[in-house]
Design a binder for this molecule. Structure first.
Ligand code: GRF
Length: 184
């Protein structure tokens, strides 16, 4: 199978990156993680770039940096960008110039709870369930076309920490499933 090249953008722990790298090593998986990008040079997840010998770039806050990142994507024939806990908002210019697919994983059942602090808001509103969604990225925050989502019921003793853990467990399957759905 000829795999599509993907890049993964991260800012923090990188647990979704790790699961994507692991799943992509299966020969039936449609993508290969060929590039990692971070806006945070201290992101814990960078260790996976080193561990699996995947090149990585630091995305700085400038037009030049944006151009360098875009050029690297062209050079490496990247077909899809996967935003996995990337906290920087991509500029309109970046999205328009990439011209290929960009997808994001968001820790709520969209279209509810776009933006930050989803678990806190979900708990405050006493929601019965929460979950995660993978969607295409457009110029509006967390608003592109939905690809897949998965929900779970909230237990009475759940808190931000337990919801984070449960959501990430779901995400580690959901993101890969979404890539399979896109390319198969
Ligand atoms: C995930 O929960 C994702 O939904 C959100 O940021 C978190 C990133 O976690 N956008 P990790 O860095 O992949 O562990």
């Amino acid at each position: 199978m000829v795999k599509k090249n993907a890049s993964v953008f991260i800012s923090g722990e990188g647990s979704n990156l790790r699961s994507l790298i692991k799943n992509s090593r299966n020969y039936t998986f449609p993508v290969k993680i060929s590039l990692i990008v971070t806006d945070n040079k201290n992101a814990i997840g960078i260790k996976y770039a080193k561990k699996y010998s995947i090149p990585y770039l630091i995305f700085k806050n400038s037009l030049i940096s944006e151009k360098i990142i875009l050029n690297e994507h062209l050079k490496r024939k990247i077909s899809i960008i996967c935003l996995a806990g990337f906290m920087k908002i991509l500029s309109r210019n970046f999205i328009a110039n990439f011209k290929k697919k960009i997808v994001n994983i968001h820790p709520s059942i969209l279209p509810k709870y776009k933006g930050l602090n989803t678990y806190k808001r979900v708990l405050k509103n006493k929601e019965k369930f929460t979950g995660s969604t993978v969607h295409y990225v457009n110029e509006k925050l967390d608003s592109g076309k939905l690809i897949l989502s998965k929900k779970f019921f909230i237990e009475p003793d759940d808190n931000v920490e337990t919801l984070t853990k449960k959501t990430k467990e779901i995400e580690h399957i959901l993101f890969s499933k979404s890539l399979i759905k896109i390319f198969n």
